[in-house]
Write a protein that binds this ligand. Structure first.
Ligand SMILES: [Zn+2]
Length: 474
């Protein structure tokens, strides 16, 4: 008798107004029981009951409790509510197609709701400082003793990132900073390095593709290119530090929707960065917000001039990962590559930009078993975006449309016209990447072309069968 059923419904009937409520209980004989630690237990044989006039008050107390709970879930509820209202309003625009005034009103309502939703979604971006708060204590991720085999494998583009837990990937990243001599040469506090890496992990979101594992893969590919191309003989250690750090930070807090979406949906990020590489600007800003926390600042021992260089270098590299700038950056590199000059700062910067671009889109360089799951991840993220674009009445890119894309069609053009030309240009400076990186790309292209032929043949058969069944009907 104590718990009224469905007390959540009661909250609408009894708005919570009471502050100091005197509740009393009656025992089975009808005598008043004071509510304090000495009160008798409520058992089945002698249950305590509420006096009938108090029941309403008790309901109200429960209502308040329910309110507290529901507030905690409110954000999700609001999101659903706004989405539902948006769908309803869009339906109404369709149905009431004749009434022009009504349409205009609905449009305005939709616009307002969309803005409200966008601001709600985006308020998570920078105001959510929780993730940026450094961990005060020594990070407790278990120190994995990387085996000799792992340490060796880590240097190769064939490394299989799918086999590792986040903690293990953190240990691998930590190992790379030590192995390249960066910790020693720049006097980086090893504990700060651990805390920084943990904070990096916490600031990647669980997107299908743009997540911490992608960050790890890009950084590991950078590490293997540094080893394979003996970049430490050509570059300064500061350049190596910039290459590695930019790779680690390059997709921080990626929301899972690309720049085109940000711009078309006029999100807070697009507004903040005036449609100019909104995501890359954001990744970079989050990176330096993390460095602004002393506990995570691996550059705390740098003099101001060195910090300025690392900051400028990192910003330049992260901003170079915007694929909208692919043609511009590759063209600029092509003009330098035949007379490449390692003493020319502009040349070196351009090469670093191309290197991070190579690593960022290097999945197809990896063995098929490692590369292929990433295509599924990317398509999952693309489909999520195109579904949302359709729902919001925004333009949809054909390469993201689940009705139009298949794995082979998605990959063939990208490998042929983006990856191979870029890696072949880099090959002019580093012939050793032909075997390790360009050859796997060519093999992957051939494999997807075969898969596409099979797909096409199947579709042809299906089409013929459909045509045949149609001709039978008539
Ligand atoms: Zn990336």
């Amino acid at each position: 008798p104590l718990l009224p059923h469905s007390y959540t419904q009661q909250k609408k009937l009894y708005p919570p107004t009471l502050q100091n409520t005197n509740l009393s209980l009656l025992d089975s004989s009808g005598a008043m029981v004071s509510i304090d630690p000495t009160m008798p237990h409520n058992t089945e044989s002698s249950s305590l009951v509420l006096p009938s006039d108090k029941e309403e008050l008790f309901q109200n107390v429960l209502t308040q409790v329910a309110e507290q709970f529901s507030r905690a879930f409110k954000i999700n509820e609001l999101k659903t509510e706004v989405t539902n209202r948006l769908a309803m309003l869009e339906k109404r625009v369709e149905l009431e197609g004749m009434k022009v005034v009504e349409i205009e009103k609905c449009r305005n309502d939709i616009k307002k709701l969309r803005e409200e939703m966008a601001s709600r979604n985006n308020s998570n971006f920078l105001e959510d400082n929780k993730k940026l708060t450094p961990r005060r204590d020594v990070p407790s991720y278990p120190k994995y003793h990387l085996s000799k085999e792992t340490v060796e494998a880590l240097r190769l583009p064939t490394f299989d990132a799918w086999q590792w837990e986040p903690n293990e990937m953190l240990s691998c990243l930590e190992h790379m900073y030590h192995d390249l001599g960066l910790v020693k040469d720049f006097n980086i506090n090893p504990i700060t390095l651990k805390r920084w890496l943990l904070s990096i992990h916490d600031n990647y979101r669980n997107n299908p593709f743009h997540n911490f594992r992608h960050c790890f893969c890009v950084t590991q590919m950078m590490y293997s290119m540094i080893c394979l191309c003996s970049l430490q003989e050509k570059f300064t250690q500061l350049d190596i530090l910039i290459l590695m750090t930019a790779a680690v930070c390059h997709d921080l807090d990626h929301p899972g929707f690309n720049n085109t979406y940000q711009i078309n949906a006029r999100t807070e990020l697009a507004v903040r960065y005036n449609d100019i590489s909104p995501l890359e600007n954001h990744h970079c800003a989050v990176a330096f917000q993390i460095f602004s926390q002393p506990d995570c600042n691996i550059f705390s021992n740098f003099d101001p001039e060195a910090f300025k260089q690392i900051r400028q270098g990192t910003i330049t590299l992260i901003l170079a990962t915007d694929m909208a700038r692919h043609g511009e950056i590759l063209d600029s590199f092509k003009q330098k590559v035949d007379n490449f000059d390692y003493t020319d700062e502009e040349h070196v910067t351009c090469l670093k930009m191309v290197l991070i671009k190579c690593c960022d889109i290097s999945n197809e360089v990896r063995p098929m078993e490692v590369a292929e799951p990433w295509v599924d991840c990317l398509l999952e993220e693309y489909f999520m975006q195109s579904d949302r674009e359709k729902a919001e009445g925004l333009p949809v890119a054909p390469f993201m449309d689940r009705e139009k894309v298949t794995k082979p069609t998605a990959q063939i053009g990208f490998i042929k016209f983006v990856l191979i030309p870029m890696f072949e240009t880099v090959m002019k400076l580093f012939p050793q990447i032909e075997e390790a990186m360009v050859q796997p790309l060519r093999e992957s292209r051939d494999r997807y072309e075969e898969l596409k032929q099979i797909d096409d043949a199947m579709n042809e058969k299906k089409k013929k069968r459909t045509e045949h069944s149609i001709s039978c009907i008539f």
